[in-house]
Design a protein around this ligand. Structure first.
Ligand code: UD1
Length: 375
């Protein structure tokens, strides 16, 4: 019996591991264990995803919680090492680019345990993003590379990785989207919005809305940038209705800088702040929105699959396929750029968007087949 140990820690990890966990159940020769580091711990940031995606309860919960990057990474490493010594897996599977990905891949490699990285090779070439450091380090030491788009393959080849260890397999997050879309669409979007409002408001004729998510440190940590972004929503709220599910980091900064009062968000009838949403509810709103505004990584890919226009408020993207052939528009988030763009007809900017190669709902099948041969 072979043993694989998969790591999840933060919200974007859950939808990447879910279809792999499901697929691995078909392999009777493989025991699959799941470790949750507890990087995200609020029920709305974690449990809600386990429920929606029917991910098995983790075998180990490390409960590390928040902290500085060094504290969080170090705590995960100390606790994960104990799990590895106890379980002695044949392979550790890490996904994405969060601190848990970095911490667990370093810990495993140093114990001589092989590491496979799912969603490897993505590069923003911006070392100020914590995720870029996590991607670079994880890929520097991984043994096997599962890749979502051709830029990832090119980047890893340019970094002189052994070509026989590189596998362009598609996108497991899209597997999750494909298998959950019908279920997600069975909800009523108005009920989702109503049930998750942070500030209770009447929903006046909400037939069209723009879905907004902002959580990246470069957009929400400094007062000036966060104020500019929410002032922009306020300025354009006579043209659009904005639905804004709020990440805990963003919400605590909105309160810290007193922006809810300053911008009178409580009384703005066209800006609705929501609690973080579960996977299915968020997918529903994405599919039903007029278009999406975000600084997330994964949402650029999900909107590309849905062929929904996505305005990404960042200077770079590590997922260039979404702007090259998909429905993503990258906008460096200065006031001038954003206001200029929003004075145009947004939904006429993208014509004939395409879904990237191998984003077909079968990436996990391919990954598990390969892993079964490797271990
Ligand atoms: C992390 C990932 C980021 C990913 C994002 C998705 C890293 C470096 N960043 O960023 O790539 O896009 O998750 O959400 O790994 N908090 C809570 N409850 C929680 C989790 C966090 O209140 O369940 C608050 C805490 O105040 C914490 C802050 O959010 O300090 C940030 O959490 P953290 O895990 O450090 O990073 P994210 O910004 O969530």
């Amino acid at each position: 019996m072979k043993k694989i140990l998969s790591v999840v820690g933060a919200r974007p990890n859950f939808m990447k591991i879910a279809p792999i966990a499901k697929e691995l159940k078909n392999y009777k020769n493989i025991e699959h264990l799941i470790v949750h580091t507890g990087q995200h711990y609020d029920s709305k940031m974690s449990d809600a995803f386990f429920n929606d995606l029917e991910i098995p309860t983790p075998d180990f919960f490390l409960g590390v919680g928040s902290g500085s990057h060094a504290e969080q990474t170090a705590n995960i490493m100390i606790k994960f090492e104990k799990v590895l010594l106890e379980t002695k897996p044949d392979l550790v599977l890490v996904v994405g680019d969060v601190n848990s990905t970095l911490a667990c891949s370093i810990t495993a490699i140093k114990l001589g345990i092989k590491v496979a990285h799912v969603e490897s090779g993505l590069r923003s070439y911006d070392n100020e993003m914590p995720e870029e450091i996590n991607r670079l380090v994880t890929d520097a030491i991984s043994n096997y590379y599962f890749i979502t788009e051709k830029s990832g393959l090119e980047n890893l080849i340019n970094e002189n990785k052994n070509k026989s260890k590189l596998y362009l397999v598609g996108n497991t997050m899209i597997d999750t989207l494909v298998s959950n879309l019908d279920k997600a669409l069975s909800f009523n979007y108005l009920s989702i919005i109503e049930e998750n409002l942070i500030i209770k408001k009447e929903l006046l004729e909400l037939d069209e809305f723009v879905l907004v998510t902002l959580h990246r440190p470069s957009n929400v940590d400094e007062k000036e940038q966060l104020t500019m972004l929410f002032k922009f929503l306020s300025d354009y709220s006579n043209k659009y209705k904005f639905i804004v599910p709020i990440h805990p980091r963003t919400f605590s900064n909105l309160k810290k800088y007193n922006l809810i009062e300053e911008l009178d968000l409580e009384n703005n009838k066209n800006i609705y702040l929501l609690e973080p949403l579960s996977y299915l509810r968020f997918l529903n709103l994405m599919a039903n929105s007029l278009f999406v505004v975000t600084d997330s990584g994964g949402i650029q890919e999900e909107t590309t699959y849905l062929k929904k226009t996505c305005i990404t408020l960042r200077t770079t993207t590590e997922r260039p396929i979404t702007t090259e052939i998909g429905s993503n528009i990258l906008v460096s988030p200065t006031k001038e750029n954003i206001y200029n763009l929003f004075n145009k007809d947004i939904n006429s900017l993208i014509t004939n968007p395409q879904i990237p190669e191998l984003w077909d709902g079968k990436a996990s099948e391919r990954i598990c087949k390969i892993i079964n041969k490797l271990i």
